[in-house]
Design a protein around this ligand. Structure first.
Ligand SMILES: Cc1cc2nc3c(=O)[nH]c(=O)nc-3n(C[C@H](O)[C@H](O)[C@H](O)COP(=O)(O)O)c2cc1C
Length: 128
């Protein structure tokens, strides 16, 4: 895991809480996969900030969708990474079992994050 992930996470949680944004983040040493949820203007403003961050590059949007309800309503940003369940999920969706978010369809990316979120035992960071 990248060493700066926890500083990314704490800023993300603080800023997202202020902006009403929720979501989940997965990463390995090479890639990030993230879902941002909220009012479209808030998500766009958040993405604009993320895009400028020099800790990553070539950010791309896999997809956007209007939804009736959030998938991660209790997480200002949940880190879903590094446990056995998450590894098992990746084995199911990737031909070589590795984390290739750049090869995922929108539906697969969301399903991976949602499954990893459920499998990750931790305390929610947003009020119910
Ligand atoms: C992979 C990645 C994901 C990030 N996710 C968020 C996020 O969800 N919300 C957020 O506010 N900042 C996120 N950040 C941090 C922003 O890029 C930025 O550093 C932070 O919002 C502070 O912005 P500011 O310096 O303009 O105030 C993320 C950064 C990276 C590299």
């Amino acid at each position: 895991m990248r060493e700066d992930i926890y500083s990314i996470l704490s800023v993300s949680q603080r800023r997202n809480a202020a902006q009403g944004v929720t979501g989940a983040l997965m990463c390995d040493t090479s890639w990030f996969l993230q879902c941002l949820e909220g009012d479209s203007a808030d998500v766009a403003a958040t993405y604009d900030r993320i895009q400028l961050d020099p800790r990553h590059w070539n950010a791309t949007i896999i997809g956007t969708r209007d939804v009736m309800a959030r998938t991660f309503p209790h997480w200002t940003m949940q880190l879903t990474v590094g446990n056995r369940a998450t590894t098992a999920i990746l084995k199911r969706v990737s031909t070589d079992g590795r984390f290739w978010p750049n090869r995922m369809t929108f539906d697969t990316a969301l399903a991976v994050l949602a499954a990893a979120s459920l499998a990750t035992a931790a305390q929610p960071t947003a009020a119910a």
